[in-house]
Design a protein around this ligand. Structure first.
Ligand SMILES: [Zn+2]
Length: 125
């Protein structure tokens, strides 16, 4: 059930009640309806912003899931001081993997050194 349409229905109900209350001439009843009407308008605004926030969070989760390594992923060995992974010729930072399980692709600096763009460590001898 869509919360925003539920609240919209409630607002319409309040409008109908207000029409009925005109015949009764009860000031307190009318004031209460005004309060209720304002409350529902706030709920509607809040719901819309929650809906946007949820969509943004869903996007974020989707991105995180697609970039996170599989839980059982392990380096197959090292080459030039960097980790290598199955079916991947990339050379990854050992520090980033060992401390945070982040696969950080290293960059070649020269024939003896590589560097990690994430933790800035120089790898080589
Ligand atoms: Zn690193």
């Amino acid at each position: 059930m869509d919360i925003i349409s539920t609240v919209n229905n409630s607002i319409n109900l309040v409008k109908r009640l207000r029409e009925i209350s005109k015949n009764i001439s009860d000031a307190e009843f009318s004031n209460l309806l005004d309060d209720l009407s304002m409350e529902l308008a706030d709920v509607k605004l809040e719901s819309a912003s929650l809906k946007e926030e949820l969509a943004a969070l869903k996007d974020e989760v989707r991105v995180l899931k697609s970039t996170a390594p599989a839980p059982d992923e392990k380096p197959t060995g090292t080459k030039w001081g960097c980790y290598q992974f199955p079916d991947d010729s990339g050379l990854y930072c050992t520090g980033c993997w060992d401390s945070k399980r982040n696969k950080s692709m290293t960059n070649r600096v020269n024939s003896r050194f590589r560097s990690c763009p994430v933790c800035k460590s120089a790898i080589g001898s």
